[in-house]
Design a protein around this ligand. Structure first.
Ligand SMILES: O=C(O)[C@H]1O[C@H](OP(=O)(O)OP(=O)(O)OC[C@H]2O[C@@H](n3ccc(=O)[nH]c3=O)[C@H](O)[C@@H]2O)[C@H](O)[C@@H](O)[C@@H]1O
Length: 379
């Protein structure tokens, strides 16, 4: 009987153990799954030294092309921040990077400003041991920012106004961010811009140009200085006059335009004269050319003009000089009219124009810095 009781008891214990095992098995499986998901393997990422590692922002980075770009840049070893409003982008497209130390995902609509530099320092500090805040961050941001156009056809037709806003305000916001952090911006445009009308287009980027038939009231520097010098008025230099420009004579431009029109280049081509001078140099040169011309002319009086320094014009580019290698290589074009020759022709033109004026006088009114403010600039 004792042996019988023992065997009944052991049997019972075995049964209980079996039940426990049965109950625990699914839990063990769950734990295994969880462990696996924690030790998730990311796609292989190259190691880049701090010097070579770029910090890259990709708007629309959870979309079709953007997510592939994200993959490439992550695998190349860069730090990638994806910004997406998930209108058409999907988390699924980038989920394999979530949690990776080089990866950030931000749910944000670029139509709203993105002050990413403001909240980034702690983020950078905690992950990479950086300190020093925005200064250091700005240095680390120098590299690139990518910006993608919005979605596929049915999506952008679905809400055209939103599409317009994303392209305009969104681009503006990204330009602002790039400017603030000193980054390079890549605008991913689209072949759609060429349209479907089969129109042959040529695009000339015209740099500062002067010559006869300029309006007296043009307000640009060459016409202003010539008219002022011809009438013994002070030459109005905005700012210190150390800003530079490169001026082409109008006949050179026209030759370039004709060559471009006859070419098959449909991308933009710079047309300008790369000979660069400071505005002060222009002022002195024009003054001396007008003096020489007046020696030879019975109409002109010797230029007694002084140089008058006025406040700097708002947003005045400090330097501008065209790179005309493309026009040179593809059109065989380069400017041929020397600056002095072009200026002399223009001086002749304006002095004759003055004779036609009611009182033989036209004094250009210098634009005060305040008046230049808000003037649309497209360069
Ligand atoms: O002709 C052009 O291609 C360009 O002319 C102007 O551009 P900007 O380079 O400012 O031309 P100007 O107004 O002639 O000024 C040239 C420089 O001379 C200075 N300036 C102008 C006039 C003046 O009386 N005094 C003077 O010092 C300006 O501040 C500027 O630094 C327009 O703003 C551009 O949009 C246009 O593309």
């Amino acid at each position: 009987t004792y042996t019988n009781m023992r065997s009944i008891q052991e049997h019972g214990e075995m049964k209980i153990e079996q039940r426990i095992d049965e109950a625990v098995a699914p839990l063990r499986e769950k734990i295994r799954d969880l462990e696996q998901s924690f030790s998730q393997k990311y796609p292989p990422v190259k190691f880049l030294s701090e010097k070579d590692r770029k910090r890259i922002l990709i708007t629309g980075g959870a979309g079709f092309v953007g997510s592939h770009l994200t993959d490439k840049l992550m695998m190349d070893g860069h730090e990638v921040t994806v910004v997406d409003n998930f209108f058409t982008g999907r988390k699924r497209n980038v989920e394999h990077w979530i949690g990776h130390e080089n990866f950030e995902l931000i749910n944000h609509d670029v139509v709203e400003p993105l002050y990413i530099e403001a909240f980034s320092p702690p983020l950078v500090t905690s992950q990479y041991g950086f300190c020093g805040g925005s200064q250091l961050l700005a240095n680390r941001w120098t590299r690139s920012i990518t910006w993608r156009l919005p979605p596929l056809l049915p999506n952008y037709m679905y809400n055209p106004i939103k599409t317009l806003k994303t392209n305009t305000i969104g681009t503006l916001n990204m330009l602002g961010l790039a400017k603030r952090v000193g980054a390079r911006l890549l605008l991913a445009s689209t072949s759609e811009v060429y349209g479907g009308e089969g129109v042959e287009v040529r695009v000339a980027r015209i740099f500062n140009t002067f010559g006869s038939r300029m309006h007296m009231n043009d307000g640009r520097v060459v016409s202003n200085f010539i008219l002022q010098a011809l009438q013994g008025e002070p030459l109005t230099v905005y700012g210190s006059g150390s800003q530079t420009r490169a001026f082409q004579y109008v006949s050179d431009l026209v030759n370039g335009l004709v060559l471009l029109m006859n070419s098959n280049i449909s991308s933009p081509v710079n047309l300008g004269n790369p000979e660069e001078h400071t505005i002060l140099e222009f002022a002195r040169l024009i003054k001396s050319l007008v003096s020489k011309a007046s020696d030879r002319s019975k109409y002109m009086s010797l230029s007694r003009s002084q140089i008058q320094f006025l406040p700097e014009a708002q947003d005045d580019p400090q330097r501008r000089r065209p790179d005309i290698r493309k026009a040179n290589m593809m059109l065989g074009w380069e400017p041929v009219v020397p600056l002095e020759e072009g200026l002399n022709k223009t001086i002749q033109y304006f002095s004759r124009e003055l004779e036609h004026q009611a009182n033989n006088q036209y004094i250009p009114k210098p634009k005060a810095a305040r008046m230049k403010k808000g003037r649309p600039r497209h360069n």
